[in-house]
Design a protein around this ligand. Structure first.
Ligand SMILES: C[S@@+](CC[C@H](N)C(=O)[O-])C[C@H]1O[C@@H](n2cnc3c(N)ncnc32)[C@H](O)[C@@H]1O
Length: 225
C-alpha cells in the first residue's frame, strides 16, 4: 500500500535540512566524515537501516557522543519524524555533538553510499518480516543484503539485529551461517538477558515490551579475511 504524504512534509523536511543528506553517493562515497564537523573526523561510524521515527539513533548518538551515526529510512513521511526529533534534541541540548545524519533511501543501495570497510557497526531494528511465501529475498537479512553489509563493514565490525518476529530471527541465523559473519551472541529474550544492560529501545521495541512480547536479538561479527 502506498503511504499518503503527510501534509506539508516537504516543507517540514526542509526545515531540518542540516541533518539530511540529499545525495548520499556524492557526499559519503569518498569521505565518510564529510557531512560532519571536523572534530568528528576519525570517530567510529555506525549505520541504522530502516530507522523509522529515529528514537533509537537519537538516543544512541546522545549516549555515545564519541561516535558518528547515519540512519536510513525509505519512507519520507516517516523519516520526517526522525529529523524533527533530532532537531528538537539538538535545540534543547546544544552541548551535544553534531553526530547524526539521515538519508532517504533503500538499504539495498548501501554499497553506493559507503566506502568498503568504513563502518564499525550496522543496526537492523524490527525490520519488516516479509512473511509471504516468495518474498524472503526482500528481508533485510537475506544473504544478498548480508554480503553488502560485509562489504561496507570493517573487519571485526558488528551487525546487530533486534526483532519480535521469531520466523525472521530463525531465518537471519540461517542466513548468517552462510555468510562472512560469526554470531558472537544471541538471545530470545533481550530484556531478560545479560545483554539488556545499555540496550537502547526503539519505538517498536517499546510497544512490544509494553505488550509483554519477548525481543530476539543478536550480534554478528564480520570475520577478518
Ligand atoms: C517495522 S519498522 C521499524 C522502525 C524502527 N527501526 C523501530 O524499531 O522502531 C521498519 C522500518 O524500516 C523501513 N524499511 C523497510 N525496508 C527498508 C529498506 N529496504 N530500506 C530502508 N528502510 C526500509 C520501513 O519504512 C519502516 O519505517
Amino acid at each position: 500500500m502506498r503511504m499518503r504524504k503527510k501534509k506539508n512534509s516537504d516543507a517540514r523536511i526542509a526545515r531540518c535540512a542540516e541533518y539530511l543528506i540529499k545525495d548520499a553517493s556524492l557526499v559519503t562515497a569518498s569521505d565518510v566524515y564529510a557531512p560532519f564537523p571536523d572534530e568528528m573526523r576519525g570517530a567510529r561510524v555506525y549505520l541504522e537501516l530502516g530507522c523509522g521515527k529515529g528514537g533509537f539513533i537519537c538516543d544512541m548518538a546522545k549516549s555515545h557522543p564519541e561516535n558518528v551515526y547515519y540512519a536510513v529510512e525509505r519512507v519520507d513521511s516517516v523519516i520526517l519524524f526522525a529529523l524533527e526529533k533530532r532537531k528538537a534534541q539538538m535545540e534543547s541540548s546544544p552541548e551535544l555533538p553534531d553526530n547524526v545524519r539521515f538519508m532517504i533511501g533503500n538499504a539495498a543501495d548501501v554499497c553506493e553510499w559507503f566506502p568498503s570497510g568504513s563502518l564499525s557497526g550496522i543496526y537492523l531494528n524490527f525490520s519488516d518480516p516479509w512473511p509471504k511465501k516468495g518474498y524472503y529475498k526482500r528481508r533485510m537479512t537475506y544473504r544478498d543484503f548480508l554480503a553488502r553489509y560485509a562489504q561496507v563493514l570493517a573487519d571485526g565490525g558488528e551487525l546487530r539485529v533486534k526483532t519480535d518476529n521469531v520466523t525472521l530471527f530463525d531465518f537471519t541465523l540461517a542466513e548468517l551461517g552462510e555468510s562472512p559473519f560469526t554470531v558472537a551472541w544471541q538471545t530470545r529474550d533481550l530484556h531478560g538477558s545479560e545483554y539488556a544492560d545499555g540496550n537502547i529501545m526503539t519505538e517498536y521495541e517499546r510497544r512490544f515490551a509494553a505488550d509483554g512480547v519477548k525481543i530476539n536479538a543478536l550480534c554478528a561479527v564480520k570475520e577478518r579475511k
